[in-house]
Design a protein around this ligand. Structure first.
Ligand SMILES: [Fe+2]
Length: 273
């Protein structure tokens, strides 16, 4: 076993590429990030995954603009892979999770017309012997650990193969009071499931989140947890909400089967604008 993928997050794309958000062009930055991926790591990776907030207002018009920009081909049920042809990437596998800016009905209707829309996108797929579990904490700013989501996770963690968790909302505090208030009140139910897996059968290799628009790396119960800086505007890491602009990030994730079993390594790439 050995492969790699890239995580990107929080693009907040608009109905027109010319539209600015707080004086910043999300489309221009998004193009720069995908171009950087194409030029630097595309030949090493099997797919790109976005952990949500593909668009800003959640309108059909925004999704259709994105579809046209990236020449989406509706080849798969949610979460994909879709195939994109964009900024040097050709027919490239691209998985999408919804964020709190992606109303589920509009998300499914525009991106996954082959799927039946669901209130929550709790789904899993397998790639080269690794299970990828996509968890949905809801369409609000503040995460909610629903019974449906927890039951789905509980079932998925029975699979006797290594697992990686993808989600939009964050599950560990990052040091900003207003952002950390968005963590689910009952997040411990999630961690109890993750920390309680039978390690003879299952290993959670990592948890990859969006939502905070910030890159970070930490561990909970020995499980690595990662966030990645948005491709759109960011927030200053302070207690009150304050927008700021920094060069966007993407995270390269490499999975290897070493002498101590399957493990992953990651590397952040910063894209100059
Ligand atoms: Fe976001």
């Amino acid at each position: 076993m050995g492969f790699a993928f890239v995580q990107i997050s929080d693009h907040h794309l608009r109905a027109s590429e010319a539209l600015l958000t707080y004086g910043y062009s999300p489309a221009w930055a998004f193009r720069a990030v995908l171009r950087h991926i194409a030029e630097n790591v595309a030949d090493q990776i099997d797919f790109i995954v976005t952990t949500g907030d593909l668009v800003h207002a959640g309108t059909d018009e925004e999704y259709q603009t994105v579809r046209q920009m990236m020449q989406f081909q509706p080849v798969s049920a949610a979460p994909g892979p879709q195939r994109i042809t964009f900024e040097g990437l050709t027919d490239f596998p691209f998985y999408c999770l919804p964020g709190n800016h992606d109303p589920r009905q509009a998300f499914y209707r525009n991106l996954f017309p082959l799927s039946t829309a669901a209130e929550q996108m709790n789904v899993a797929f397998e790639h080269q012997g690794v299970q990828f579990v996509c968890l949905d904490w809801g369409a609000d700013n503040k995460a909610v650990a629903t019974t449906e989501m927890l039951e789905f996770l509980k079932g998925a963690l029975q699979a006797p193969i290594p697992t990686i968790l993808f989600m939009h909302h964050h599950v560990v505090p990052i040091g900003s009071r207003w952002l950390d208030d968005f963590i689910a009140d009952d997040v411990q139910k999630f961690w109890d499931l993750v920390a309680g897996v039978d390690t003879h059968r299952q290993k959670v290799l990592g948890v990859f989140c969006g939502h905070t628009h910030a890159s970070y790396e930490t561990q909970v119960a020995g499980v690595p947890v990662f966030g990645v800086r948005s491709t759109t505007f960011q927030f200053a890491l302070q207690d009150e909400r304050l927008f700021c602009l920094r060069p966007p990030h993407y995270r390269l994730v490499t999975i290897e089967d070493g002498s101590h079993g399957v493990h992953l390594e990651t590397k952040i790439f910063e894209v100059p604008l």
